[in-house]
Design a protein around this ligand. Structure first.
Ligand SMILES: C[S@@+](CC[C@H](N)C(=O)[O-])C[C@H]1O[C@@H](n2cnc3c(N)ncnc32)[C@H](O)[C@@H]1O
Length: 292
């Protein structure tokens, strides 16, 4: 049997480069920010009405751009309120970028940051020892549920931390977009079996429906230009291909058959459309809001 492929999430320097190329090639962050400043603004206003101190947690926060957009929106909805912001992020390099961003962002005087440089599974243990009574008004886990060992346990744990009116926001790729097509066809060949990796929001909704856990759903349209993936040896294209497959140096590490199959699927109508000579991938996301 062939050796399993290495996993991008275990190669932090390459993960960070690939993720940046993904952000530069897609409307991912623009789409999430439009959601934060649109539908989420109202939700944030209602869940913590009248409070002057808010407990917030970001899980898998990366370098913090999205977290700071949420904090900005919270401050708009609750001027002058104190915000206690717990950040959970296992990559020290990502966390350093987040701290650097905080240092150069004005108007965060009312926010205090607690840096938890650890995985979700480690937080669970740590939290029980450190903060067993502390409850959160708002927890968000944005594009990070792929990396936990047990999605159900993680969701139940975060729900258990919510205040009575608190909300848990999950954002993942849509169950109907190109990511789902790619992962359904090749996910098992992309490696890692100890984490959820190829989970989509379709899987999460099925899980919640089967447990009769209610949620509110929002669709976030997004696109990604993957034209560079089809120029062999193009540095950006190779990094993007790594991000799509979650395999570092995918072109070198995958068998020629797997590489050809993946490129073929990506080039076809199940995953992409050609627009003005560019190959455009459906990067639609879904957001779910859960109560305690
Ligand atoms: C796709 S990035 C998303 C970053 C950020 N939320 C955003 O949307 O820009 C996923 C993040 O999850 C982090 N991560 C990886 N494994 C994790 C785990 N077990 N628990 C929490 N976060 C994890 C990664 O280091 C990375 O920063």
């Amino acid at each position: 049997m062939a050796a399993p492929l290495p996993s991008l999430v275990d190669d932090n320097p390459r993960y960070m480069k690939s993720f940046q190329v993904f952000l530069d090639s897609s409307s991912e962050h623009q789409s999430i920010k439009a959601f934060i400043n649109g539908p989420l603004a109202e939700i944030l206003a209602s869940i913590v009405k009248g409070k002057t101190a808010l407990n917030v947690m970001g899980v898998g926060s990366g370098s913090g751009e999205i977290d700071l957009e949420i904090l900005r929106q919270l401050q708009l909805q609750h001027p002058g309120a104190k915000v206690d912001n717990e950040v959970v992020e296992p990559s020290s390099d990502m966390l350093q970028k987040y701290k650097d961003l905080v240092a150069k962002t004005p108007d965060l005087d009312h926010v205090t940051f607690t840096w938890n440089n650890m995985k979700t599974s480690e937080l669970e243990k740590d939290w029980k020892e450190r903060n067993p009574e502390k409850k959160m008004d708002f927890i968000h886990m944005i594009q990070a549920l792929y990396y936990v060992e047990d999605t159900e346990a993680a969701i139940l744990f975060f729900q258990s931390l919510l205040e009575k009116n608190g909300k848990l926001l999950l954002i993942l790729v849509s169950g109907e977009g190109s990511w789902a097509k790619l992962w359904k066809t090749y996910g098992l060949q992309f490696g890692k079996t100890d984490i959820s990796q190829s989970v989509t929001m379709g899987d999460i909704r099925s899980l919640l429906d089967s447990r009769r856990i209610p949620y509110q759903k929002h669709e976030l349209p997004s696109k990604m230009d993957i034209t560079s993936c089809f120029t062999s040896g193009d540095e950006k294209g190779e990094l993007l291909l790594d991000f799509l497959t979650e395999v570092p140096d995918f072109s070198k590490n995958a068998s020629p058959e797997l590489r050809a199959g993946v490129l073929d699927l990506l080039r076809g109508p199940d995953c992409t459309q050609e627009v003005d000579g560019r190959i455009i991938f459906n990067n639609n996301l879904e957001a779910l809001l859960l109560g305690p």
